[in-house]
Design a protein around this ligand. Sequence first.
Ligand code: UDP
Length: 248
Amino acid sequence: MIKQYGKVMVLMKKEQYLGVDVSPLNYEEIIDDIRQRIEAGKQSTIIAVNPEKVMAANNNSDLKNLINDSTYQIPDGVGIILASKLKKGNIRSRVTGVDMMERLIRFAAEEDRKVFLYGAKEEVVVKAKKNLEEKYQGLNIVGYENGYVQDQEALLKKINDSEAELLFVAMGSPKQELWIQENKPKLAVKVFQGVGGSFDVFAGKVQRAPKVYRQLGLEWFYRLIKEPKRLKRQMALPKFLIKILLTK
Ligand code: UDP
């Protein structure tokens, strides 16, 4: 990907870990790029990449293609940053799914782009919508649907009729990404992001780790203490780093 910064042309190359692409762009670079893509009428997809997903994709070529076919594979997860350091890459800070969504929400509010929320339980998505509208003046959330509806045809019509340009899908991974892949061609939406449990965060149902944990790259540790059953999922991190070290 070639990007223009003022008069300087900078080559922004994606990095690859175990065959999975990771975008080197930060929040603002992604927003600038997305603005241009919307104006050009192009659709964009954002997928969060962490060691758990890379390890799963390593054994599943469909999942790997799904990730690599996305427009932006954001480095969500300190494991990706460590891998980039180990391999002398350039990715030094996380771009988390929940922060990316909030940055896009601000973009939508400031530049008058319509938003649709799909996923989570009914009371969660309703509360997330209300809280976001209260926080971001001018935000236009034109529709929402919980993540347990059955009638997909009606849902697609509802999204298209709303004329939403940004769609956030919160159904956990890879369910949300598979849904986006399948339905993107049928939708007039321009920006798709799979956001996992983010609606629960915006609804105030799930607390994020305190800032100090996030700054130290220890959000995973905080979440582990809160939900010890995540240990199995988090075992992907050391396995991933060992694999990275063992590959050229
Ligand atoms: N969810 C949903 N439909 C489903 C399964 C899950 O809407 O069929 C929602 C669930 O209510 C929760 C979110 O998806 O809000 C799952 O978030 P999780 O934390 O598991 O996702 P992760 O961020 O770990 O991928």
